[in-house]
Design a protein around this ligand. Structure first.
Ligand code: GDP
Ligand code: MN
Length: 345
């Protein structure tokens, strides 16, 4: 069996990289949440499920990040749920704030204009969150030694036993991005995201790989499909976000101001990046990981998968209604010059 591990606040122990659990090698990976003190009970619920369905057999560490100090109550409440190492970190001030490229007055106007147009349309902190998850989370010192992260959130559900290590699955199969649910983004929140993205492509062709799966997000007529990987669940090889190409893309988006003047989410941003910078074979649908986040759920319906899940039947979003799920199955990779042609259309 597994020995209990010491509980510390860090620094990240070097030996973690080579630690082994009862089931073999642990990768340099962690379960990571940005979360508020007020979400303790939802976060406890998520951790309880992850432990029961998966992590009690592996012992991957957790990292909780917050723009404020975590309360002792929060730390105690989380630590009671797991024997894994748990790290609590505060965001560096320069990672959580207004982009230097936007002006306060124009942001205020944008919040006012959009407050009744879409959810979080008038929220400033939501925009900080989206910008943080897009361009900063993987730069937090606590994530420095990580190769992979699994993003988690409070009040989600993990429906199925996960009898293997998804991190190792990613590594062994050369996967860079893992997802479960693929809705369409509300168009009003990303009105100029594709236009900004195509400009970045045209100005930075050196950052585009030889082939990529851009047709997942942009159709043959160069129209934005609004398909995106729902990033409240994502398992990612962080070399994607740490690449020069991604940094250039994020900086370009930040400069354009859409995180504030519109309400660009980290999900459509990550999805554009994955589609532009990866090949289809590097992106994986974790079909067997049943998952619910308020709004949508994925419940596996293949019998061999459904057998170890507590969600029932096939009435879920993914199997019944997702245009984007079908689309991801159908699209193929295209060459860089074809991607650039799309950007110019
Ligand atoms: P939604 O999933 O788009 O409805 O947005 P959420 O409210 O779930 O926010 C996404 C994630 O960021 C969740 O894990 C939240 O706990 C976290 N989050 C959102 N806003 C803040 C914030 O202002 N401070 C902190 N510390 N976490 C936040
Ligand atoms: Mn959420």
């Amino acid at each position: 069996g597994m020995k209990p591990v010491a509980i510390t606040d860090g620094p990240w122990p070097e030996q973690q990289a080579n630690a082994t659990s009862g089931n073999g090698e642990l990768l340099r990976a962690a379960l990571v949440a940005l979360v508020r003190n007020s979400e303790l009970s939802g976060m406890r619920s998520t951790v309880r499920q992850l432990e029961d369905r998966f992590n009690r057999n592996y012992g991957y560490p957790y990292i909780f990040l917050n723009d404020e100090d975590f309360t002792d109550e929060f730390k105690k409440g989380i630590r009671a749920m797991t024997r894994s190492q748990v790290y609590f970190g505060k965001l560096p001030k320069e990672h959580w704030g207004l982009s230097p490229y936007v002006t306060e007055d124009k942001v205020k106007e944008a919040l006012e204009r959009n407050k009744d147009r879409y959810i979080y349309g008038g929220s400033y902190s939501y925009r900080l969150m989206c910008r943080y998850q897009s361009g900063f989370v993987y730069k937090h010192p606590l994530l420095k030694n990580l190769d992979y992260y699994w993003r988690i959130e409070p009040s989600v559900h993990y429906y199925c036993d996960i009898p293997y290590d998804p991190f190792r699955y990613m590594r062994d199969n050369n996967l860079k991005y893992g997802y479960t649910i693929t809705p369409q983004e509300k168009a009003e929140t990303v009105e100029t995201l594709w236009d900004t993205t195509r400009k970045w492509m045209i100005e930075n062709p050196q950052h585009l790989p030889e082939t990529s799966v851009i047709h997942w997000v942009v159709n043959e007529k160069a129209e934005y499909t609004h398909c995106h990987f729902w990033s409240n669940f994502e398992i990612v090889d962080l070399s994607l976000y740490r690449s020069a190409a991604y940094e250039s893309y994020f900086q370009y988006l930040d400069r354009a101001g859409g995180f504030f003047y519109e309400r660009w989410g980290d999900a459509p941003v990550h999805s554009f990046a994955a589609s532009l910078l990866l090949r289809k074979e590097q992106i994986h649908w974790f079909e067997d990981i049943g998952y619910h986040h308020p709004g949508y759920a994925h419940c596996p319906d293949k019998p061999e998968m459904a057998a170890r899940c507590v969600c029932g039947g096939n009435s879920d979003y993914m199997t019944s209604r997702s245009m984007c799920k079908r689309r991801f199955g159908e699209v193929g990779n295209i060459f860089r010059n074809q991607a650039l042609e799309l950007a110019h259309m």
